[in-house]
Design a protein around this ligand. Structure first.
Ligand SMILES: Cc1ncc(COP(=O)(O)O)c(C=O)c1O
Length: 446
């Protein structure tokens, strides 16, 4: 180490730009080392990584098997042109075919989630000869120009008008979406899906290449539809020959207690699946777009107009192979499910204790706490798409002070730790959140 905390922060701020914020408001913590579910800043302060960084370090930090696999590949060669065949790429393609819920899928590799989404949209449009892609409000699909427009997340607004062929629809959110008022969740889901079908009819079904949805909603707020919703989405796709693109960038690789979020709805048959994040647990960047055998064979005789200097990057492929081995050897998918039950039970206890908790949503190790000023009115503790209000800022400061690192967005606290977390470590995180929520409760207006 050559830099102390102050110098590191100062130079990061002086010479580099930070994502999604005014630069003047960037006050970063630092990191020197990471191990398991913890990391340490340069002054030795320990943090529990309650969000797996950006919900991507699924296997935890410092996994020896993955590090050795990367080192082994590094020594052999680090890079080759994507037109050259490699063992790492071959092994990864084969492993992905075993776990991805698409028959005879073939995979195109990229550098991250946004690129996986860009290539999914390109391939859907090339294969169908149709133009439009239907996505849901609030969803996030990445920050490149097309993926940004495809996301219904408000971050896209700074890039408007974006690409012209995206159409948004409302998605499941029983806690707030007015469609659900006075109805059961199933009734609400049915109406929601009927409206999506109606939107498609207005847009012209023959102009719609694909519907793109997150396999399990993530940064959009863990807002997931149930069986009624997904049955109808599949039906709408089938009836109109529209492809179904499932974005598993965040929800893939055990996050929700299944290999992929969409595995919770086994009747759904995606045509294309987008992957990144947990594919390598971010040890090396990698994205992937998996397409059905039918779509893949279309490109046997039609040019695949997709390409990247770092497509099938060898270190990324080697890291992903080793990651999948870790998920399997350490039973991390099952572990996510089991630890998720413990996390859920603990979060429910917090809900009983803290009036400021409006709703807890999630599954596996993929949970969110939604804070409100009043349980009747459901007024959010911090409004959608605005700077964090005082209560959320205070909650964030207490969590940080007490050594818990996580994502806070509007009135949401993400609870998405690495899949290797133990029962004791869950309790450690819950205790820190418990204390922070005492502060949130002071802003409750009951
Ligand atoms: C569902 C989903 N899709 C795509 C992306 C974009 O991934 P990346 O930031 O690797 O481009 C994200 C990132 O959070 C995501 O959650």
């Amino acid at each position: 180490m050559t830099m102390n905390h102050a110098e590191m922060v100062e130079k990061n701020r002086k010479f580099t730009l930070a994502s999604w914020k005014t630069q003047a408001g960037w006050d970063p913590i630092t990191i020197e080392k990471a191990e398991g579910v913890y990391f340490w800043d340069v002054e030795g302060k320990k943090y529990l990584d309650w969000s797996s960084q950006l919900i991507n370090v699924n296997i935890g930090h410092g996994n020896k098997h993955v590090i050795e696999a990367i080192q082994e590949q590094l020594v052999k060669f680090c890079y080759c042109s994507p037109s050259i065949a490699t063992e790492a790429r071959a092994r990864l393609g084969e492993l992905l075919r075993e776990i991805i819920p698409i028959n005879n899928c073939k995979v195109f590799f990229s550098n991250g989630g946004a690129e996986a989404v860009e290539n999914a949209m390109k391939m859907a449009r090339l294969f169908t000869g149709r133009q439009k892609i239907i996505t849901r409000y609030r969803s996030y699909h990445g920050a490149t120009f097309g993926a940004m427009t495809a996301g219904g997340d408000p971050r896209r607004l700074a890039n408007e008008p974006g690409i012209p062929w995206i159409r948004y629809v409302h998605g499941p959110y029983p806690y707030r979406n007015p469609i659900y008022r006075g109805r059961t969740v199933e009734e609400g889901e049915k109406i929601l899906a009927d409206l999506i079908e109606e939107t498609i009819h207005y847009e012209g079904p023959k102009n719609v290449a694909a519907i793109m949805l997150e396999g399990y909603s993530g940064s959009s707020g863990i807002l997931q539809g149930g069986k009624v919703f997904w049955d109808r989405i599949q039906e709408i796709c089938d009836n109109n020959h529209i492809l179904l693109i499932i974005d598993e960038v965040m929800s893939g690789f055990g996050r929700t207690g299944e290999w992929f979020g969409i595995n919770h709805q086994p009747q759904v048959k995606p045509d294309i699946i987008c992957l990144a994040k947990g594919i390598t647990s971010a040890y090396v960047p990698l994205g992937a777009t998996a397409v059905s055998g039918k779509i893949a064979s279309y490109f046997d005789d039609n040019v695949l107009w997709c390409g990247l200097t770092n497509s099938s990057q060898t270190l990324g492929c080697a890291a992903a192979v080793a990651n999948i081995e870790v998920y399997r050897r350490e039973n991390l998918i099952e572990r996510s499910r089991k630890m998720g039950e413990i996390l859920n039970a603990e979060l429910m206890k917090l809900k009983e204790k803290h009036l400021s908790i409006g709703e807890i949503r999630g599954i596996g190790l993929h949970f969110i706490i939604e804070l409100v000023k009043n349980r009747e009115t459901r007024e959010p503790m911090s409004p959608f798409n605005s700077a964090l209000t005082e209560p959320m800022q205070k909650v964030g400061k207490i969590l940080q002070k007490n050594g818990l690192s996580t994502l806070i967005r509007w009135n949401w606290i993400f609870c998405t730790p690495p899949l290797i977390i133990t029962k004791e470590q869950i309790q450690e995180g819950i205790n820190i959140i418990d204390e922070a929520l005492n502060e949130a409760d002071k802003f409750y207006q009951g």
